[in-house]
Design a protein. Structure first.
Length: 367
């Protein structure tokens, strides 16, 4: 089961044309579907921390879901809302270089108003398609995300209902489910924040996990009867072990003009017009230094390996690093200029490990 299949399947149960129920959701009980995205909740955590999450543990386990690479929020949420892989929607990581910009980096979540979100992510979202067919689609999340470039790129089409507390998130979700057919996308990032700052399994992370469980319990108590709840995530998370600073005590920064991506999945850009041999030299140097600690790809090799899916648009290829490094184990690859910020984080994601790449898909129907 792949992340790109979830939303089209749910919408198919609400009657959206040109979608199929690939993950076997079955008919919508009452035309009310809620997709709750818990940022940072890996599939492994459901079993490992079951004693902290009695409500989640009691939900039906519909399956485990594989995310796209990199296993990061911007990429996964675009995959979720478009139903296509990163090679088509073009959201290739937390940060990427804007082509022909002189090395300017786009932070996908914070955005850059010089970048048109409708051009950067050109795929019509499932939300837009559903609204055009008279399905009520609502996005419930923190008020600060409303009308951001990322929201316009990835969530366009949905009505936005901002809420900053769990109680308000529940209230807004109830209102959004009133008129059928209804689809609500609910998003909470408490767990991801705690994981980055203190690590998976930390007291702060466990408190956030328990908070998510309590929120789901409240939803099951208060949502309209026969609402079907789906709970999934965008990625899991690992706690850092080994750290390598690019260019510090090593020659990894040599001939690299711009570093983007994230510590578990790096996009490395040479100067514009760099020769194929120069790119190959950088890839070879990284392979020699890191060995089995990372997988190294040139852009052409990444496309050939279907790293970002089996179809890659010209725009997406243009945004990829000339060289791409995917860290293994518990390694992070730190950008020298951001060493303090990146080193301070305990939890990381973006890589291809099972812990980072597999997320749960849990479900229940409100009685």
């Amino acid at each position: 089961m792949h992340l790109s299949q979830i939303t089209p399947s749910i919408f198919s149960t609400l009657g959206l044309s040109d979608t199929t129920d690939e993950i076997q959701c079955g008919p919508s009980p009452a035309g009310r579907e809620l997709l709750f995205l818990v940022d940072g909740l890996g599939a492994d955590a459901i079993a490992k921390y079951a004693s902290y999450i009695p409500t989640l543990s009691a939900l039906i386990r519909h399956g485990e879901v594989k995310t796209s690479l990199p296993s990061t929020t911007a990429t996964s949420l675009a995959t979720l809302t478009t139903g296509v892989n990163p090679g088509q929607h073009g959201m290739l990581g937390y940060t990427v270089q804007v082509p022909r910009s002189g090395g300017r980096i786009l932070n996908s979540l914070k955005w850059d108003e010089r970048v048109d979100p409708y051009i950067w992510q050109p795929i019509t979202t499932l939300f837009e398609r559903a609204v055009a067919q008279s399905i009520n689609v609502t996005h419930v999340a923190a008020k600060r995300y409303e009308d951001t470039g990322f929201t316009r790129a990835v969530f366009r089409g949905a009505k936005y209902r901002g809420a900053n507390t769990h109680a308000d998130l529940v209230s807004e979700t109830i209102v959004a489910l009133k008129d059928t057919p209804a689809f609500v996308y609910l998003y909470v990032n408490d767990l991801d924040v705690a994981g980055h700052s203190d690590g998976v399994g930390s007291d702060k992370w466990l408190a956030a996990l328990a908070g998510i469980d309590a929120l789901v319990a409240t939803l099951l108590q208060k949502l309209p009867r026969q609402t079907r709840l789906w709970l999934t995530a965008d990625h899991g998370m690992i706690n850092v072990g080994e750290k390598i600073v690019i260019g510090q005590g090593n020659n990894l920064a040599e001939n690299i003009a711009t570093i983007a991506g994230e510590p578990r999945a790096r996009h490395l850009y040479l100067s514009d017009g760099a020769s194929a041999s120069a790119i190959a030299d950088v890839a070879s140097r990284w392979e020699d230094f890191l060995g089995e600690k990372a997988s190294i790809y040139t852009r052409d090799a990444a496309v050939a390996a279907d790293l970002f899916g089996n179809s890659v648009s010209a725009d997406a290829a243009d945004r990829m690093g000339d060289v791409i490094a995917i860290a293994h184990g518990d390694l992070i690859l730190i950008e020298g200029e951001r060493e303090k910020q990146e080193s301070a984080m305990v939890g990381h994601h973006g890589g291809a490990s099972d812990i980072e790449s597999y997320v749960p898909l849990l479900t229940a129907v409100v009685e």
